[in-house]
Design a protein around this ligand. Structure first.
Ligand SMILES: Nc1ncnc2c1ncn2[C@@H]1O[C@H](COP(=O)(O)OP(=O)(O)O)[C@@H](O)[C@H]1O
Ligand SMILES: [Mg+2]
Length: 336
């Protein structure tokens, strides 16, 4: 397996008038070529900011305060804005939640699709148009020769998201980052878009990082999953580890609200009570401890390390310490 991305101890903060918001507090993970990694966790856990740090697209008050981001042999933290521009949209493609805010309403789909080809690849215009049509066909847009001359408002939500995927993939990036790509879409279209991403992963061999607050969505597409909470990875493992043998009470809580992948209906929805940690003053101990049914005294005072609980499986919970009481997971053994 060839390594594509390796993030080491990433810390990203926002500097506000009330203090430093520690959005990402020491995150490490990797992605090999051809892999699809899911990042799950509730709203505010640091999923988007982790990947925005990789893209170096943070708001003006945001800063990577520590860590390394190795992509294809280079530390992105150290690159100039100029060098980053060559990577964005070329080596790394990105899809956001709401395609309407990312598509330019006054340019035709064709102009927007061909722009990266003309800019990054210096392709002749007629070749670029040909390629754009081919790409629209690949993402399942009917009559692409006609559609290419139309504007974003002439497309439905699902079709716009397909255009976004076509745009993100047109330069055959090594990595595709999809941040909640289906959240704004209705359930049937969601399933179609996810199916499409799976198909394209086979055809184009792009590695994928799929961000979502919904564990059910990743099960189908991703081979590994990072579970984030309070700016940290609290559990990481193969998709089967996370679904069949979860080792963190936060993951247990999330698994209770996974929709059935067949019907996408939430069967046993049970939200986790309580509030996420205050990132202005993160707790000394485990960030999940105040909401955890299994919290012990140590959890309030000491941050648990990521214990190795399997071959590629780690969980930051003191219950995995050899001296901890044995607790039976209330979930797991689910069909993936
Ligand atoms: N520009 C900003 N200024 C201050 N705080 C921010 C800013 N952008 C994001 N944050 C904070 O960073 C944390 C992580 O956000 P984010 O990564 O977007 O979460 P999510 O997991 O929902 O994608 C949140 O607490 C959010 O409020
Ligand atoms: Mg987000």
């Amino acid at each position: 397996m060839e390594r594509l991305l390796e993030i080491k101890n990433l810390k990203t903060s926002f500097f506000t008038h009330v203090g430093e918001v520690k959005a990402v507090r020491g995150v490490s993970f990797h992605l090999d070529k051809g892999e699809a990694l899911g990042i799950v966790g509730e709203s505010g856990s640091g999923k988007s900011i982790t990947m925005m740090s990789v893209m170096r697209l943070l708001a003006d008050n945001g800063k990577i305060v520590d860590g390394e981001i190795w992509f294809n042999g280079r530390d992105l933290v150290k690159l100039s804005e100029n060098e980053m521009q060559k990577i964005r949209g070329n080596e790394i493609g990105m899809i956001f939640q709401d395609p309407m805010t990312s598509l330019n309403p006054v340019l035709t789909i064709g102009d927007q699709l061909t722009e990266p080809l003309l800019k990054h690849k210096k392709m002749p215009k007629d070749k670029a148009i040909e390629r754009a049509i081919e790409m629209l066909r690949l993402v399942g847009i009917p009559s692409p020769e006609k559609r290419i001359k139309q504007y974003p408002h002439e497309f439905s939500g699902g079709m716009r998201q397909r255009v976004m995927i076509a745009m993100a993939l047109i330069n055959e990036p090594k990595l595709l980052i999809a941040d909640e790509p289906t959240t704004a879409l209705d359930v049937t279209i969601q399933a179609q878009i996810l199916e499409l991403m799976k198909e394209l992963k086979q055809k184009i061999n792009t590695s994928i990082i799929l961000i979502t607050h919904d564990l059910g969505v990743v099960a189908d597409v991703c081979n590994r999953i990072n579970v984030m909470y309070g700016g940290l990875i609290v559990e990481t493992g193969r998709t089967t580890d996370i679904f069949y043998n979860p080792k963190h009470p936060y993951t247990w809580g999330r698994l209770r609200s996974v929709p059935n992948p067949k019907t996408l209906v939430k069967e046993r929805l049970k939200p986790i009570d309580g509030q996420p940690p205050d990132l202005l003053k993160p707790p000394a101990g485990c960030p999940f401890a105040p909401r955890c049914d299994y919290a012990m005294r140590v959890c309030m005072t000491h941050m648990p390390p990521l214990f190795e609980v399997g071959e590629q499986h780690k969980a930051a919970c003191w219950l995995n310490h050899p001296d901890a009481p044995k607790v039976e997971a209330p979930v797991g053994r689910r069909h993936v």
